[in-house]
Design a binder for this molecule. Structure first.
Ligand code: SF4
Length: 424
């Protein structure tokens, strides 16, 4: 394709996908493409898919249909985790022109040049075992906050998870590259960097010019902590078994690393954790929370939980509820288990009926709401630093405190993209 000049993106799934879409968009802009909104007319549409989303296939089909109605001559490219997992299925969706797997998504400019509308969909994808390169990515939407990808892939094999099949083995950027990227973001006016990865705590498996590099996440955080021009860092999510004392103590001592952790628990029952092939027991989790709160009583702690995993009885679920009730945490992200092809969890019986899965989800969402309210209440009257974002809704602006409490105030343009001390 030679004359195409406009391109639009749609991203499904996690922050990692968003950071990658941003980077792919910048690559295309460097090639002379003008970026458009997904609802606008464009010559090329790219959908960056997710394998965690429940209805990835359905969602993808709907989006392609929308594009076809609006711009029947436009090229349609599908990439991302779902494209890596099910390339043939996606290629069979009417209207799709190109399917790019994990190793090829950053080669979009090259592929677009060779593409013509009307041919059968091309698939450019390789075996996930062969994917070993690392592409640094970051998003710079309204410049306030950037999601910076520092790690990709995962060597764990949690029994419910398809991510290792979609993203490959654990690999990382080098500390020196991440520091350079953070410094570049600072020059663009970014105030907060959210460190992002698939298994962030596993940071450090990388190579540079063929030379194996062994670094670790604590060393990365320590190096970033020394950059003057970035005011804030957040750690997007970290496995409890990789959240070391050293990292917790470093965050407690730093005025740049925000007092906020997001730590997946998945279940409060050791029996279920074992079926999930998680690498810790609930006791370790409780001990991590205790250490965080003893050093930073104001620290926000978010928790991922999966409900309705096969084998989860009422008693197991009750164990999870009680465990979460006693934990000094701030909010939950609740996921309802759903079956995924080629995962070990499919062999585990008995399967939990869908209506029970939904009931359990509702119970934990209510608990999350209560935890968030309690956490906010604990801070009423306190002064905390808020970074206000450029996104304005009905004359109001939003920002987050250091410990992740959302603050909404009437718009004051002087405060946008600034850290301001506010009374909660
Ligand atoms: S740690 Fe487990 S859940 Fe997380 S990406 Fe790796 S395999 Fe999936």
């Amino acid at each position: 394709m030679a004359e195409a000049s406009t391109i639009a993106f749609h991203t499904l799934g996690c922050k990692l996908n968003f950071s990658e879409t941003s980077s792919i968009a910048r690559l295309m802009e460097n090639e002379g493409f003008e970026k458009k909104g997904f609802d606008e007319l464009a010559d090329v549409y790219v959908i960056n898919t997710c394998s965690v989303t429940d209805n990835a296939d359905k969602e993808c089909r709907q989006l392609v249909r929308r594009i076809q109605r609006k711009a029947p001559a436009a090229l349609v490219v599908i990439t991302g985790c779902y494209a890596q997992l099910k390339p043939a299925e996606i290629a069979s969706i009417p209207g799709v022109d190109l399917v790019l797997g994990a190793a090829e998504k950053f080669n979009l400019p090259k592929h677009i040049k060779a593409l013509a509308k009307g041919d059968a969909a091309k698939i450019s994808s390789c075996d996930i075992e062969e994917v070993n390169g690392f592409n640094a990515s970051w998003s710079v939407n309204d410049r306030t906050r950037s999601f910076l990808k520092v790690q990709d892939g995962c060597d764990y094999n949690c029994s419910f998870c398809t991510i290792p099949m979609a993203r490959g083995k654990s690999r990382s950027d080098t500390i020196s590259n991440v520091v350079q990227n953070a410094q570049n973001l600072a020059t663009k006016g970014v105030k907060e960097i959210v460190l992002t990865g698939v298994n962030l705590g596993d940071f450090g498996k990388g190579n540079e010019g063929g030379k194996i590099i062994e670094e670790d996440f604590f060393q990365l955080c320590t190096a970033l902590n020394q950059i003057d021009d970035i005011q804030r860092y957040r750690i997007s999510s970290i496995e409890p078994n990789l959240l070391t004392d050293a990292i917790i103590r470093m965050v407690a001592a730093s005025d740049k690393f925000m007092p906020h952790f997001h730590v997946p628990l998945q279940s409060g029952s050791n029996a279920i954790l074992s079926l999930m092939r998680r690498r810790y027991k609930r006791e370790l989790y409780a001990e991590r929370v205790q250490l965080i709160k003893s050093l930073m009583p104001h620290c926000a702690i978010g928790v991922d939980v999966i409900v309705g995993f096969p084998g989860e009885t009422d008693a197991h679920f009750e164990e999870t509820v009680q465990f979460l009730e006693t934990l000094d945490i701030s909010y939950l992200h609740v996921f309802t288990y759903s079956e995924r092809d080629n995962t070990k969890a499919l062999e585990i019986k008995p399967v939990v009926p869908i209506n029970i899965r939904h009931q359990r989800n509702k119970i934990l969402r209510q608990l999350s709401y209560k935890k968030m309210e309690d956490f906010t209440q604990q801070h009423i009257g306190q002064q905390r630093k808020v970074l206000f974002e450029g996104h304005v809704k009905s004359g109001m602006m939003e920002g987050y405190t250091d410990n992740y409490i959302k603050i909404t105030l009437p718009l004051n343009p002087d405060w946008v993209n600034q850290v301001i001390r506010c009374t909660i």
